[in-house]
Ligand binder design. Structure first.
Ligand code: ADP
Ligand code: MG
Length: 745
């Protein structure tokens, strides 16, 4: 009997060679194999009669091979196959189909799947390049063939992605997965707690597995294709449930950590009020309240602040810093680039230094003497607000009394780095060191609360609070999974007086008009960005490079204006210089690469021209555009395109022209790129799912989250210890697999 954990090579029919091929698909156990679901289904129970086919439909047809042959046109060889049902005939064509020459024999039964089209000349229906399977030889009568054929016809048939360059076919998968299912141990353990299963009326694991591979005759093909059958739902739910359960446990565990209970009396409130250079928006007030609430709690804050570009996250961060500093702690703000760290440093000095706060900047480009000195200030506690880049993560940086960690533009950092900074201040590091939640959490729940009420402020084991800020708008459900261990605050309001940015698309033949437009705005006293996708000219792709265009723009087009150049390969002193001059208005036009993508804040800049806009990702375009529209004057974003734009490119540019709403853009971006790409490889903590699809199955994710919370909530929990332990053991495996490795590693 096979267990889910049994290596695949013990399934009858899988030798070492095939096991190797399967491994490339991530299939190494029986569990992996039976969770390898068909990517589509063919209705071979009610296949279409050839006579009823309509042009334009996707159809499964079963018929007999009548004749086939290769003919050559001037452009390519084409393989033609005629399939018959009684008198009706259907033609199939394969371009460059030489490889099919010896494949078919008259009389064979064949299943075809493809789009029915009408031949323009003859008006006859045909299928071009159908997927096909020879399902039987009508002349053969071996008993073997008959049983085998019963898996291929007369039912809804699962179609699997083949593997090993087609050596492992859908047909092979069908047989092998069927064998695995037939030999699965009778006491297959049921990972989802019984109460949850009955509440949601989910089928058992065994039943679900059988039915997704071998649907019953009455099953809706549409439900199968869209993974909406009870069996699919159950498997998707299972996957989400354990991730959510893990996240929920982690949150519980975080709340049992010793944190700092910051005080928030009138003195602190006044200190905050004193520094504010403007009236905060309602959203800023609400979010600060959420943050301050967390900071007062005896356990560490773990909060994500999401706010579109320009929504005013920085000042909220500073306010939180003041709470920490006024309580006698240090705060640190980590930014992903030197430019941004610099900029934060300048605004912190502008806003906070008058009030007497001591602020330092620590970045990698500082001279080592200077660095050492700053590190000393940090270690001795002189520096109250420490702003920096990755340099803050270096081993040698020690804080005297770190109370608050703010990570800006979190999407630019890996999850690992966030954790590393959190660990900095304490030797305990417990919450982060233990990747796998403790299965005993539930049984110690009573004591959990008591522990967290212990006075924390004096304890030097206290974990600092963490506030993570990001401008990547992530649809809520996804945020809850990706950052599921964090509480979420959203700044959903822009500061007053902003007029929406007007975005236009222009082909680059019209660049002279664009330059006139830029000149007009610069003459009116504003500033402009001109952005290029790469630094150096790449002849192959004919991309205009920032450096080259800088020369052209500064010496010819805008010879009378002050033009600067900024890109990642400039040494950092020069970078600072250029940025400062632009900030002060000494430069009127800044030619740049995407180094300005994140966080740069120059409210007087009102025009952004992005050349080769079709080459940028949607999120990146939105971030770039966020550099303008920061003041009261109307801002303009010009997306210049050069050459051919792909279909996806069109959709990206359309979206940019249509909306300024980061959430809408994020939704489309997610749709275009899929979750993996969307979150980027930097997000090493992103759980990967075998069956579930974060976009398609969003609603189930919500359900799973709710159920996971319910399972762990309150002492009158509805599930038994045994079920919890069982669930946790199952979760442990998956957790390690997906999210957990990051924490452990
Ligand atoms: P982001 O959320 O993109 O980091 P910033 O914090 O850089 O945004 O803020 C964008 C701009 O808006 C800055 O110039 C900032 O000073 C200004 N700002 C922020 N909050 C307000 C407010 N409540 N009223 C007026 N201006 C504000
Ligand atoms: Mg910012």
């Amino acid at each position: 009997m096979l267990e889910l954990s049994t290596p695949v090579k013990y399934v009858k029919g899988i030798g070492p060679k095939l096991a190797e091929i399967l491994a490339t698909k991530g299939i190494s156990t029986v569990g992996d194999l039976v969770y390898y679901l068909p990517f589509r289904y063919e209705d071979r129970l009610n296949p279409r009669g050839i006579a009823e086919l309509r042009a334009g439909e996707m159809a499964t047809v079963i018929g007999e091979v009548r004749n086939s042959g290769l003919f050559r046109t001037r452009r390519m060889p084409i393989f033609q196959l005629t399939v018959g049902q009684g008198r009706a005939r259907l033609r199939c064509l394969w371009f460059h189909g030489t490889y099919l020459q010896e494949k078919f024999k008259p009389g064979q039964l064949i299943a075809l799947y493809g789009k029915v089209e009408q031949d323009q000349r003859s008006g006859e229906l045909q299928i071009i390049q159908p997927q096909f399977e020879i399902v039987g030889d009508s002349s053969a009568d071996g008993a073997e063939d008959k049983t085998a054929a019963s898996l291929e016809v007369g039912r809804i048939v699962p179609i699997y992605e083949s593997a090993g360059q087609g050596r492992v076919t859908p047909r092979w998968f069908r047989r092998i997965i069927r064998t695995a299912l037939e030999n699965l141990t009778p006491d297959l353990s049921e990972p989802i707690p019984a109460m949850v299963r009955s509440r949601l009326a989910l089928p058992s694991l065994r039943e679900a597995l059988w039915k997704v591979h071998w649907p019953e005759a009455g099953e809706s093909l549409q439900d199968l294709q869209s993974a909406r059958t009870p069996g699919h739902i159950r498997l998707i739910f299972e996957e989400f449930f354990f991730v959510e359960l893990g996240l929920e446990l982690k949150r519980h565990q975080q709340k049992s950590q010793t944190g700092i209970s910051f005080g928030l009396d009138n003195r602190v409130r006044d200190a905050i009020k004193k520094i504010l250079p403007f009236h905060p928006t309602a959203a800023q007030k609400r979010v600060l309240k959420e943050i301050a609430g967390d900071m007062q709690k005896p356990y560490p804050m773990r909060r994500l602040l999401q706010g579109d570009v320009g929504s005013g996250k920085t000042i909220v961060g500073f306010e939180a810093a003041i709470i920490a500093i006024e309580n006698g702690y240090q705060a640190t703000l980590m930014a992903p680039t030197e430019i941004l760290a610099q900029q934060h440093y300048f605004s912190a000095r502008r806003i906070l230094e008058n009030a007497g706060y001591r602020i330092v900047l620590l970045t990698g480009s500082l001279e080592s003497d200077r660095k050492r000195e700053i590190r000393r200030h940090i270690a001795q506690g002189n520096a109250q607000l420490v702003i920096g880049t990755h340099a803050l993560l270096e081993e040698k940086v020690e804080f005297a009394k770190l109370g608050l960690v703010i990570v800006d533009e979190q999407h630019r950092f890996g999850v690992l780095q966030r954790l590393k900074l959190m660990k900095k201040s304490s030797d305990s590091g417990a919450v982060l060191a233990e990747g796998t939640p403790d299965p005993e959490v539930k049984s110690t729940e009573g004591s959990t609360d008591k522990r967290s009420r212990q006075p924390a402020a004096e304890s030097n084991l206290a974990e600092p609070d963490v506030l993570v800020m990001t401008a990547t708008p992530i649809p809520r459900t996804l945020a809850l999974t990706l950052y599921g261990d964090l509480d979420l605050s959203v700044l959903d309001e822009l500061p007053p007086g902003r007029t929406p940015i007007v975005t236009r698309r222009v082909a680059d033949e019209r660049s002279s008009e664009v330059w006139d437009f830029v000149r007009k705005h610069v003459s009116a006293g504003h500033q402009a960005y001109v952005v290029y996708p790469v630094i150096a000219e790449n002849e192959e792709t004919e991309v205009k490079a920032a450096v080259k265009m800088y020369r052209e723009l500064s010496s010819r087009v805008f010879a009378d204006l002050k033009v600067g150049l900024l890109h990642g390969r400039l040494d950092s002193e020069l970078k600072d210089q250029v940025m400062n001059r632009f900030q002060k208005g000494e430069l009127q036009i800044l030619v740049a690469t995407t180094v300005i993508e994140v966080g740069v804040d120059v409210p007087n800049a009102t025009v952004m021209v992005i050349e080769h806009a079709e080459r940028f990702g949607l999120a990146q375009l939105h971030q770039l555009r966020g550099r303008i529209g920061r003041g009261a004057a109307k801002s303009y974003c010009v997306l210049m395109t050069g050459g051919k734009v792909t279909e996806d490119g069109e959709r990206r540019l359309d979206a940019m022209v249509r909306t300024n709403d980061g959430f809408q853009i994020a939704e489309l971006d997610l749709e275009l790129r899929g979750p993996g790409e969307f979150f980027g490889t930097r997000q090493a903590g992103m759980p990967s799912f075998r069956i579930a699809n974060l976009i398609r199955d969003r609603q189930l994710l919500e359900v799973a989250k709710r159920e996971a919370a319910a399972v762990l909530a309150g002492p009158n929990s509805e599930i038994t210890q045994v079920e919890i332990s069982r669930a946790l053991v199952a979760m442990r495996m998956r957790w390690q697999h997906t999210y957990g490795l990051v924490e452990v590693g």
